[in-house]
Ligand binder design. Structure first.
Ligand code: 6R9
Length: 582
């Protein structure tokens, strides 16, 4: 079967983003709405009765929905929000597990012109508060299981006017909370979508940085073009495929490739809303005849640990293409998957900010295990010298991964942080308006990751250029962990780093100094752990707290996390000229 992309070099040579616009039937001056693209358009093309979503949840619950259902239920949410006074441009947060209403409401928010802000349901009230506050969200859609976290922080969120609970029977809600079960409400088969343009804000995703609070990367409706074409060419989705993206929409992978990409192509996708284990995952593939699987290295490494015996207990013969994202995919994992499934995992590299895949291994292209592959056709990529920021021409030299602005799914701002947004670009910045940087063809957008390019043009990941911890594919800033630790009365100072871990690549380790009068005991460690558990998401929880007499600092007083990290990883501690004297 020929792949959608055909020959990579040819696709690159003749590339034009108009391919996506044309295939999606969009003409200059017409509205563009991702909500309509993923449901109404597919129905109009004659696939109203085709299955859009196959869903499995706890308690062996199974449900399936057609594209007509997807249209009606997303319309239901759009209409509700409109009736509740939510206006185009308002941020609406989605805070729930991977239940069907998450997917319906995501498209519904976009249909009425709102900005969808999906957040991990695992977030504690502190993580939730920071992101809702920054987004200035006017409404939150949640479930009876998670609404208590919203209740705790509501008083501190003046912009948040509507709390809507989308499951259960509406009992035990507070007076000012609204109950809305879209499947029980009257079906809304048609709805006039907000006439958004390619530049209308669509999705707001929060991503962690090294300093300050998480940043809100704002996307626009034209991202759909990038997500459509990369899904088609990199994941190779075709009409009859059954697709599974393991990521939840709290992470950009779960929206770009767990909602927009597959549904803009009219492809059936599966969602497994229970924990992840080898046998469970394989059974899910077998039962649903999944053909394309987009996963992450942490999951793949844990599958590797369970071995090929488990693989052989299931019929996985429907699988035909596998891909991975989020962290470096080690060569062993690629080789192992070829042995276990007869198919290699294809690594893909991108970020919340890029909105769609930037560097990837394509169907039909020779994979060099351990490499991230080559830039997507239409993406101009390079590695820049660490100091001069000039593109490196010598193969194998390590530099900063950078992209020429101008691809459709690029983020348009960090919400309320124009200076941080500006700092992501290098080149002649003088006289450039911040609102035009995403179009500036003489600048580079710098990803914050290091890589080298070999003589054949393949990219090899080296590491991040900052202190962000990548634990199991989730980026965690040290700041949020340290802030939570310091709130404990016993803690004087704290530093969080990533330490090596066989499955998650990194796990969080915290170093802590204590206030006078406190003793470094196991009991205190436990107390501090329990204290921060309420404030942090499980993803950001340290696995270990080490008590120290003092923390290494630069002369200017900055904690040298790099030093702690090098010791932990058994690496050279590097230049310590800025280390504070004893
Ligand atoms: C989609 C997503 C982005 C950061 C990125 C890099 C790391 C992603 C990778 C990879 C090595 C890959 N990353 N893909 N590192 N190889 N194939 O993950 O978005 O959560 O914003 O993370 O993840 O460090 O800069 P996001």
């Amino acid at each position: 079967m020929a792949s959608n992309i055909g020959k990579y070099e040819d696709a690159r040579k003749s590339f034009d983003w108009n391919i996506a616009k044309k295939e999606l039937g969009w003409k200059e001056g017409e509205p563009l709405n991702i909500g309509a693209l993923c449901s109404d358009r597919i129905c109009d093309l004659g696939d109203a009765e085709k299955t859009a979503l196959i869903w499995e949840g706890f308690g062996d619950k199974h449900k399936s929905y057609s594209f007509a259902d997807l249209r009606a239920y997303s319309n239901g949410f759009a209409k509700l929000l409109e009736e509740q006074g939510i206006k185009p441009g308002d941020r609406v947060c989605i805070f729930m597990d991977k239940i069907p209403s998450l997917y319906f409401s995501f498209l519904g928010i976009l249909k009425m012109g709102g900005v969808a802000q999906p957040l991990f349901s695992a977030f504690g009230d502190e993580s939730l508060h920071v992101r809702l506050d920054s987004a200035g969200a006017r409404a939150i859609l949640t479930t009876k299981k998670h609404v208590r976290k919203v209740r705790k922080i509501l008083a501190d969120l003046p912009a948040l006017e509507k709390v809507i609970v989308v499951d259960g029977d509406g009992s035990k809600l507070k007076d000012d909370e609204l109950f809305f079960d879209v499947e029980a409400a009257p079906r809304v088969d048609s709805y006039d979508c907000y006439p958004s343009t390619p530049e209308t804000p669509s999705v707001l995703h929060y991503t962690s940085g090294t300093t300050g609070q998480p940043k809100g990367a704002q996307h626009v409706h034209s991202s759909g073009w990038g997500q459509y074409l990369t899904t088609k060419w990199v994941l190779d989705l075709k009409k009859d495929d059954i697709y599974w993206c393991t990521a939840g929409p709290g992470w950009v992978t779960g929206t770009s490739y767990g909602i927009i990409g597959p549904w803009s192509l009219g492809v059936t996708q599966c969602v497994l809303d229970v924990g992840f284990g080898a046998a469970m995952g394989y059974k899910f593939i077998q039962d649903n005849k999944i053909s394309i699987w987009y996963s992450a290295p942490t999951a793949i490494r844990s599958l590797m640990r369970q071995g090929t015996d488990t693989v052989n207990e299931f019929d996985l013969s429907t699988l035909r293409h596998l891909a991975s994202v989020g962290e470096p995919l080690n060569a062993e994992a690629v080789v192992w998957s070829e042995k276990a499934y007869g198919l290699p995992f294809h690594d893909t590299f991108w970020q919340t900010e890029t909105g769609s895949m930037m560097i990837a291994n394509y169907p039909g292209m020779t994979i060099k295990p351990g490499s991230m592959g080559k830039p997507f056709p239409g993406i101009e990529a390079t590695v820049l010298d660490l100091k001069t920021h000039e593109p490196l021409t010598e193969p194998g030299k390590v530099g900063l991964i950078a992209f020429r602005p101008g691809w459709p799914s690029m983020f348009r701002e960090y919400r309320s942080k124009p200076e941080i947004y500006r700092s992501k670009f290098v080149g002649e910045m003088k006289d450039k308006e911040v609102s035009k940087l995403h179009l500036a063809k003489d600048l580079w957008y710098v990803s914050g990751d290091r890589a080298s390019i070999d003589k054949d043009g393949y990219y090899w990941f080296v590491g991040r250029d900052d202190d962000v911890i990548n634990t199991g594919g989730h980026l965690v800033g040290h700041f949020e962990i340290e802030s939570a630790l310091i709130e404990h009365e016993a803690v004087a100072e704290a530093a969080a780093i990533g330490k090596p871990d066989a499955v998650n690549m990194e796990v969080v380790k915290a170093f802590v100094t204590l206030n006078p009068g406190y003793e470094a005991t196991g009991d205190l460690e436990l107390k501090i752990m329990n204290f921060i558990r309420k404030r942090l998401s499980p993803l950001a929880m340290p696995q270990e707290i080490e008590f120290s007499e003092k923390l290494p600092k630069t002369r200017s007083g900055k904690i040298l996390r790099r030093y702690l990290k090098a010791l932990e990883w058994g690496e050279d501690v590097g230049d310590l000229s800025t280390l504070e004297d004893d």
